[in-house]
Ligand binder design. Structure first.
Ligand code: SF4
Ligand code: SF4
Length: 111
């Protein structure tokens, strides 16, 4: 059975979407940083040194992944918004990720 146009949402291709700035949205977040324990770790730093793509430098929305002069990766876990991208996107499966301990992490505001 074919779906009719009446059941689909009507989208105006000419309609301009509102501009959204990620930095502005990040300003609304509240962080409860666990300074004692990072919830993200690189499993084997030498794997990062050999990794050609280093796509972690690009896919993290807050730029938490930083390359060091020796090719190793430093993770600024304090700014993590817990999107989980690095948990699944590292091509070498070289990222160990878990939610922050209870009481720590990012707090989102809604509305
Ligand atoms: S993509 Fe993965 S293996 Fe490559 S540098 Fe980043 S964390 Fe390391
Ligand atoms: S979970 Fe998301 S925000 Fe946090 S370090 Fe990974 S990619 Fe960045």
């Amino acid at each position: 059975m074919s779906e009719t146009n009446a059941s689909k949402p009507q989208i105006d291709p000419e309609e301009k979407l509102p501009e959204v700035y990620v930095d502005d949205m990040l300003m609304t977040l509240k962080y409860y940083v666990d300074e004692q324990q990072s919830h993200i770790q690189i499993k084997d730093p030498s794997v990062c040194q050999q990794c050609g793509a280093k796509i972690c430098l690009n896919f993290c929305p807050v730029g938490a992944y930083q390359e060091q002069a020796d090719g190793k990766i430093l993770i600024a876990f304090q700014s993590c918004i817990e999107c989980g991208t690095c948990r699944v996107m590292c091509p070498e499966n070289n990222v160990s990720w878990q939610y922050p301990r209870g009481g720590f992490g990012v707090a989102y505001k809604f509305g």
